[in-house]
Ligand binder design. Structure first.
Ligand SMILES: Cc1ncc(COP(=O)(O)O)c(C=O)c1O
Ligand SMILES: [Zn+2]
Length: 390
């Protein structure tokens, strides 16, 4: 599978939906999969027309690169701009002096998932949808619930596996509800889909929801704008990997606009105890098999404990191949160390998913796979909303 670069477009509509696999093009609609081949759709724009707008809301700044025809669909204050800065003390400690960190833990619900919440709700408003069903390991649903509650006309129901209840912070009333399922995140997703089909309610397609990815993209556009050079390597913890797809698309757009000088490599990180995609990558496979599925994922990095990554892996594999990147895993001990180093040296408190990204950078620098002259951008995707001391 190969993912092609966005072409300049001449069209009257602001965007078209293009299949990432077969390149078929469709008019804007609330459709997430290609009717021809089931591939993931993505919005494409005329990037030559993009202008940044001065505004406190990131979505207004980057409005020209968002799949919205009117600014009025956006709510204000769903997300904030977050700092992206060099991390010299941690960089020195792990032999990556060119380390930069983007601190998404400063978003209102403490994770980068507020980014997706702002775009999902705006796109639903654009298409006149007022109610939806979704599922996540906790952070996405929590962020979505907050965004839903900012719009008095919107409703949402979220599903989660029993072990993930504590990762959710969702008020329970007639506007937002959390339904608990015996089983894992994958089981909760199956249940959410079934419920949506039975009740005739819109189903949020997670990874395949291009609105989610377009929202997540903004963390990266901000980071690229804050940096004084193009990063050699971009690093993020992955569950489904929609954040990395978003980052890659942002980089493609910025490359086409001349805002980046070359395409960075992408390093995707899982926790070793639940790392089906890293295993597939290590074994050189282009797809995951049934045997890769982890029935009951366990680990410290609860936000990324996804046992079945098979629908998403081909897209991640393709990005790793295209950019000279990799999909790797980090051991529990290294997550603990990375989280402590970030706190001690950079005064940033993150969750173990974010720590996994730093752990992987540390490991690859120690083994010579990242050289000291490289500029490395790590997206610290969130912090824990629970009190779990270091
Ligand atoms: C804090 C944090 N980091 C990273 C991820 C990875 O998400 P994805 O790979 O689906 O973009 C998640 C997903 O829930 C998360 O909550
Ligand atoms: Zn297609």
């Amino acid at each position: 599978m190969s993912i092609s670069a966005p072409k300049e477009r001449t069209m009257r509509a602001k965007f078209a939906l293009v299949c990432m696999l077969c390149q078929s093009e469709f008019a804007p609609a609330l459709t997430y999969r290609c009717p021809e081949c089931q591939g993931a759709l993505e919005p494409r724009y005329d990037v030559s027309a993009m202008v940044r707008h001065d505004h406190a809301d990131p979505e207004q700044v980057y409005f020209d690169l968002l799949p919205l025809t009117s600014r009025d669909f956006l709510d204000s204050g769903v997300t904030v701009r977050t700092p992206c800065r060099p991390a010299p003390r941690l960089g020195e400690a792990i032999s990556v002096p060119g380390l930069w960190i983007k601190d998404e833990s400063q978003q209102p619900t403490r994770t980068t998932k507020d980014r997706l919440a702002s775009l999902v709700t705006a796109v639903l408003r654009q298409f006149g949808v007022k109610e939806f069903v979704g599922s996540s390991t906790g952070n996405s649903s929590t962020a979505l619930a907050r965004a839903v509650r900012m719009d008095p006309t919107m409703r949402a129901r979220f599903f989660c596996g029993r072990e993930f209840v504590d990762n959710h912070d969702i008020p329970q009333d007639n506007r937002t509800t959390l339904s608990v399922v015996d089983g894992s995140y994958v089981d909760a997703s199956v249940e959410a889909r079934r419920y949506a089909a039975e009740e005739g309610v819109h189903f949020d397609a997670g990874f395949f929801n291009w609105a989610r990815r377009e929202g997540l993209k903004l963390a990266y556009l901000e980071a690229f704008d804050a940096m004084d050079r193009t990063p050699d390597l971009v690093v993020q913890a992955i569950s489904s990997g929609m954040g990395v797809l978003a980052a890659h698309k942002g980089a493609q757009e910025y490359l086409a606009m001349g805002e980046l000088s070359r395409m960075p490599s992408f390093l995707m990180v899982q926790e070793e105890s639940c790392s089906p995609s890293a295993r597939g990558w290590q074994e050189g496979r282009t797809e995951l098999a049934e045997a890769d599925r982890i029935e009951t994922p366990r680990g410290l990095a609860t936000a990324i404990l996804l046992g079945d990554a098979s629908p998403y892996y081909p897209y991640l594999h393709s990005i790793a191949i295209a950019t000279g990147g990799a999909i790797v895993s980090a051991a529990r001990e290294d997550l603990l160390t990375a989280r402590r180093l970030l706190s001690d040296l950079e005064d940033v408190d993150v969750c173990y998913a974010s720590a996994a990204a730093i752990a992987a950078v540390r490991d690859r620098a120690a083994t010579g796979q990242i050289s000291p002259d490289q500029t490395v951008l790590v997206n610290l995707t969130g912090r824990s909303r629970m009190i779990d001391g270091l």
